[in-house]
Design a protein around this ligand. Structure first.
Ligand code: SAM
Length: 176
């Protein structure tokens, strides 16, 4: 597959999964966390789909398109390995959707961040929260959700968080 095709597949997967996640959280209270502002495309999509919802964006070096820059109160600047643990007390149990798009071409760094997120985000999540990410996370208390039918398997990962222990996400993955 050419890099162009791969990029197109990825952004289509992002849009379809974000739309599905927004539908899942409709009518439910809570804030949204967007990890990785980048150019601001997925942040812009989320705020268009979720009018009135507070969206907090975590980014170490904000450089988005000016039209896609969150206001100061909703942009949390710094490395997530520092800013996310610092956010736990303020947002404990209140995050109803977390979208993580921190990845780069550095697969080792992506895996390191996935391990960090797996250990750090649970106390932030509300019951039934949706977690959307790539790469996969290790969230034993989460149920792995099917992706929208138009999205390639394993192109993105979507989980529903449960306070009670659920079947391990890894077990569900194997039964796909
Ligand atoms: N979702 C964005 C969009 O639609 O434009 C693209 C995000 S881009 C793939 C990844 C972003 O994550 C980059 O802006 C990068 O600076 C940020 N990032 C990567 N690792 C980070 C970390 N450890 N802490 C904070 N931000 C990080």
């Amino acid at each position: 597959m050419s890099r162009l095709d791969s990029f197109i597949n990825r952004v289509i997967a992002q849009r379809e999964c974000l739309n599905a996640a927004c539908a899942e959280i409709a009518g439910r209270e809570g804030v949204v966390f967007e990890l990785g502002l980048g150019n601001g495309r997925t942040f812009d999509h989320l705020r268009e789909r979720l009018p009135g919802r507070e969206i907090f964006v975590f980014e170490r070096s904000p450089a988005a398109h000016p039209k896609s820059m969150p206001d100061e109160a909703h942009l949390i600047i710094g490395d997530v390995t520092k800013t996310l643990p610092a956010a736990v007390e303020r947002f404990a149990g209140r995050v109803v959707l977390l979208h993580s798009d921190l990845g780069s071409a550095d697969l080792e760094e992506n895996a390191r961040l996935a391990r960090f997120l797996s250990g750090t985000i649970p106390p932030l999540l509300a019951e039934g929260a949706i977690v959307l990410c790539d790469p996969a996370l290790d969230l034993p208390r989460a149920e792995r959700l099917q992706l929208p039918p138009t999205v390639q398997k394993d192109r993105y990962y979507m989980y529903r968080w449960k306070m009670r222990a659920a079947q391990p996400a890894s077990a569900i993955q194997e039964s796909f």
